[in-house]
Design a binder for this molecule. Sequence first.
Ligand code: G4P
Length: 526
Amino acid sequence: MSLELEINKRRTFGIISHPDAGKTTLTEKLLLFGGAIQVAGAVKSNKIKKSATSDFMEIERQRGISVATSVMGFQYREKQINILDTPGHKDFAEDTYRTLTAVDSAIVVIDVAKGVEAQTEKLVEVCSMRATPMIVFVNKLDREGKDGFELLDEIEQKLGLTACPLSWPIGMGQRFKGVYNLYEKKLVLFSPHGKQADEDIIEFNDLDDPALETHIGEDAAEELREEVNMVSEIYPEFDEEAYAKGELSPIFFGSAVNNFGVKEMLDCFVEIAPSPKPRPTEERMVEPAEKKFTGFVFKIHANMDPKHRDRIAFLRICSGEFQRNTNYLHVRQNKKMKFSNPTTFMASKKEVVESAFPGDIVGLYDSGNFKIGDTLTEGEKLQFKGIPRFSPEMFRIVHNSDPMKAKQLAKGIEQLMDEGVAQLFVKEFGNTKIIGTVGALQFDVIQYRLKHEYGASCQYEPLNLHKACWLTWEDDSKFKAFAERRKRDMAKDKDGFHVFLAESAWQLKTVQENFPEIQFHFNSDF
Ligand code: G4P
């Protein structure tokens, strides 16, 4: 098969949601449709339960599950679908942000009763930064929830998406009768527990047809007609190009646990979701159909066995064909490397792959050569863009509590930071080392892994900071003056970039006003 055909077949996406909205359930139903699993329950939830904060074995177990489900691939209607798993727990949000740099589109799951929640907002914001096309699945229609129009308002206002409903619910909770598929003009009648039969899907071009009453009853028919009229008045018509640019989001309604509305969405998804697109590097745009292979590492997973310090680096193929046992250039290290066991992961199955194409993800066994964002090519010096680090939200000063193990501690911290577990900032004044994370759980993970994998111990000192901001400027003398004035708040990140550590939102605002010639960035993608 030609490279172009392979590329056109690929649909690489991530499912994002606030924990408990139904991401795992939906993933499982999609895998069932694709025949990738045969029974429900095969996909373990990668949720880390709240109690896990003090239960490290639980964290380790979860890490195992999450590597197994990192990429779930299946074939559906002649398309190769790759679902990239995103950790649901907010303390691992940074991992999710990075995984989203490796997808071509996303499905956003929203709980009909809870509406748009905090974690959904953050993740959609990350997708919006890169204009990633998004489809929204409103889940749990078998329960009472918010009114459809109210939800669409929330989706538009809180998520900043332009909504385009492609299905519309007929009642909800006890009164839930199904959905009207506006995209295919079909009435899809609900029966619980996935027991939907072919005769429950009815071609229905004209809602004014009195047959509607016989299917869903008088009241529901009247309500549906009225609401669908309103939908067509308020919301734009579906426009595939606008969706592909991330400017319009199709909305579907359903119930993942009842396997209802999922197939409609999947059928639409395979038709409209983008195949791999060109990707920017510092040097030039890379087209997927270029003959020569390129790819970047977006995630690194440490081995769970502390005796073997090897890790798995997840590589997203961006162009050409990746082949096993072939020499490639590790651009940052200017070093040739070849991989004898590139792996794909599917639930608990691991497989060695001979070759992979744009949109595919392969796992590379690594003994410490890779950092997040590293590029591999056939020889050209390229650096893929858009794998930002985000400002952490929690900070602690880290102290070595075993002076005999200073080296181990330094190495451990460096490797954990390369893996993207957290970020290290070193204060310019006094060399204080500060670890910044997205969630509190990360601090426990670091302490535990330093001990078990590197034999080093550390202690934390609390530190009240609001944000770490990366700085850019045009006039060096202005920056020098600023750095001198704010000496105590200045630090460097692990790549040597200057960072301002803001104590509070108020302080940050004042500093920004006082130094208008310095630009403050909340992620490293400047
Ligand atoms: P997550 O990955 O987004 O965190 O969510 P997950 O799929 O684990 O779903 C969270 C809970 O919501 C699960 O219940 C799941 O069964 C339920 N759920 C998912 N889809 C639907 C739906 O369409 N309708 C209803 N009513 N519930 C749904 P749980 O009690 O936490 O777990 P379980 O014991 O049922 O597995």
